[in-house]
Design a protein around this ligand. Structure first.
Ligand SMILES: [Zn+2]
Length: 363
């Protein structure tokens, strides 16, 4: 079974207003789920608009990342108040929590991404973390959200950092799916990889322009937010499980195991993982193009103020056995890193990270 896309998608300016009749038709007692104080005003607007349509709506905030503590608390709220849907309005972790909870309770989920940091508004996947932000696992849900509302006015209010993070995460689609799945004899997987290539080209060409002028009048901005929020989700939908994540996400998952005072966004960490994946491909798979790809990515990443080393994520790999911890978690038995078409062991990873962090290699 494969769920390719949300059932209904509203996109563009005023997507929320256009979606309202469909939402009020679908649900009479929704629960709005959110988290960040940045998005309070937008979530209040969503609440008010629904109340004005005589919808019996309530809202609650997550306290942490998409974690079991929050999930079970919100499930209880839904069950004791007879809510008949979840409206998840926020970034990736809010969207993932909403989708997961709705899936468990067999009620529809409406996703309203409030930044371009993620394609979680589209997909039928949720990443589960501890309440301190350490990655635990990803869960495949029965379906993509019932309704996705991708309102450009909402996205425009998000901090620039979220756009940069979304670009890094969407870039990973090509670098990860092409290395893990290009030998697969499955038409849809092949086509998903091709879409991710076009997606990468667009991000490389327009990503910087979008970041410099985040306005609806800027066609680069419109294209890039939809590339990150929609097209990246479509690649996952068409490619399915076979169009897999690889080292960049495996390294991301490992880096989240080390708790730092400042939390970094998913795509900010994935971007560093992507550079490290390319170094691994160079070292273990004799990929002569990897160095060029790194240089090309670094130009864009600098332009977007993205971190480009683990040190820039606030972690000194040479302290507290951090290098070991990252290498251990990345290479554990069920890690995505083993989807790479060549063997990777802990020593390979430690070597690449050590060189990378010491900047002995030219980047
Ligand atoms: Zn990701």
């Amino acid at each position: 079974m494969q769920s390719i896309s949300p059932e209904i998608i509203f996109r563009g300016n005023d997507a929320w207003e256009k979606a309202l009749p469909q939402i009020t038709y679908l649900t009479k007692r929704p629960l709005i789920l959110g988290r960040s104080t940045y998005t309070n005003d937008l979530r209040n607007k969503i609440l008010k608009d629904l109340k004005n349509k005589n919808i019996n709506v309530n809202s609650t905030d997550l306290h942490f990342d998409c974690c079991y503590e929050d999930i079970s608390r919100v499930k209880n709220i839904i069950l004791s108040n007879n809510h008949d849907s979840v409206i998840a309005a926020g970034g990736g972790k809010v969207l993932d929590s909403g989708k997961y909870i709705a899936d468990c309770l067999n009620i529809p989920c409406i996703t309203v991404p409030l930044s371009a940091s993620t394609c979680a508004g589209w997909t039928s996947l949720s990443n589960i973390y501890t309440k301190n932000g350490q990655f635990i696992k990803d869960v495949t849900l029965r379906s993509c959200p019932k309704i996705l509302v991708f309102d450009h006015k909402f996205i425009q209010t998000a901090p620039s950092r979220t756009l940069a993070s979304g670009i890094a995460d969407a870039l990973a689609k090509w670098y990860e799916s092409s290395i893990t799945s290009s030998t697969m004899d499955d038409g849809l997987v092949q086509q998903a990889i091709q879409i991710s290539r076009v997606l990468r080209d667009q991000l490389l060409i327009d990503g910087g322009k979008a970041f410099k002028d985040e306005s609806e009048n800027n066609p680069s901005w419109r294209n890039i937010i939809e590339a990150c929020g929609l097209t990246a989700g479509l690649v996952g939908g068409i490619g399915g499980e076979k169009c897999r994540t690889a080292a960049a996400h495996a390294i991301h998952n490992a880096i989240t195991q080390i708790i730092t005072p400042n939390q970094f966004l998913h795509g900010e960490i994935v971007g560093v993982g992507l550079l490290l994946q390319l170094r691994l491909e160079e070292m273990k798979n004799n990929n002569k193009l990897a160095d060029q790809s790194i240089k090309q990515l670094l130009v864009l990443m600098k332009e977007l103020n993205l971190p480009t080393t683990i040190a820039e994520l606030g972690i000194n790999v040479f302290e507290n056995q951090n290098l070991d911890k990252i290498a251990d978690f990345t290479c554990r038995d069920n890690s995505e890193i083993h989807f790479l078409p060549f063997e990777i062991c802990k020593q390979d990873l430690s070597e690449v990270i050590t060189n990378f962090e010491q900047q002995k290699i030219k980047i």
